[in-house]
Design a protein around this ligand. Sequence first.
Ligand code: SF4
Ligand code: SF4
Ligand code: SF4
Length: 383
Amino acid sequence: MAKVFNWQLGREMDYPYAGHRPQRQFCMIMDTNKCIACQTCTIACKSTWTWGRGQEHMLWNNIETKPFGFYPTGWDVEILERLGPQTWKGDTYTGKTIFEAAPDGEVALHWEPDQADWSNPNLGEDEPTGVAGEETYIPDTPHANMWMYYLQRICNHCTYPACLAACPREAVYKRDEDGIVLIDQTRCRGYQECVAACPYKKSLFNLETRVSEKCIGCYPKVEQGLQTQCTTVCIGRLRLTDFVNPPDKADPRNPADFLVHVRKVALPIYPQLGLEPNVYYIPPVHVPPKYLHQMFGPGVEEAIATYRNAKDDEELLGALMLFGSTEHIIASFDVKDGVARAYDKKGDELVAVPLREPEVVRSFSYATTTPDGKPATGYRHNT
Ligand code: SF4
Ligand code: SF4
Ligand code: SF4
């Protein structure tokens, strides 16, 4: 095993290959607070990439209701229980990663789902649990303290992918130009080592073609400077496809770096597993911090406090308002005079979004009289 630096753990760790960061790293930012679980993203991915033979059960993108939703069944609980205590000292992870906890002769701690585990993608859908804590948004109702939230899941295009580390055929590779992780279908022999090793269970086996497949980061779009299908169709405008730098090379004008490294409102999912995943989540504001801490690591409470303050933080508000505003990948942004502007890598403006829409209040008399001044017979909508 080589020693590599994992900035999400704040320390070096063991990995089967020497560290080599790509020239640019694909990433996605998800604002969990805005998702309505409409599954438009799921269907956009499915109708674009997984409509073929043997892909019927395959969801490269899925939305699950936490804490009881899983695809496949129990994916996170299974690996977390096997890993044992996951301790942090400040921002440094002091427990073991799945590579450091690997049994003798294995690359990573892992488990294999049964075929039936892929059969219930809507398990636990909309099922709440309790208790949310003292702060509640619906006071004086029997269910005021219950919570659940929607988690948007795609492959994390990890900096240190377990799928790549485990493949005996070296069929899994990470592209130097954008950090997207792909499986070479001609090299894969269907051993399913990647399916077992990926703790996020985002490598899937095709029972018809007998090879493994996964989210391809919509690389044909990314190569053209476009955001992914699941991003551009999102009804809640909660996704941003971009490139993220490690913290020592963070560019505050880049929206992903700004959200991840400067304001620190977007956090990696299960960083303690050690893969340096590159999908970052703005945590849900109503969920108990203890639950969020085990999922997104330290910094959850600060991230929520910063997010709650967005209305008084024009730069943060601007970055968030640019989500879903353009199909192009945003290289940089700024906020001036109440307008957020996004630019491509040549510096050309892509879009300008006002932070606040102008308000127009119609006079009540107009709403209650006919255009010729006579009293209206009822309330008139759309006047
Ligand atoms: S999430 Fe899983 S499939 Fe995707 S790169 Fe990481 S280890 Fe591989
Ligand atoms: S990035 Fe593309 S391939 Fe990956 S889940 Fe989204 S739509 Fe599917
Ligand atoms: S399209 Fe957007 S709002 Fe709808 S489920 Fe997907 S992430 Fe959530």
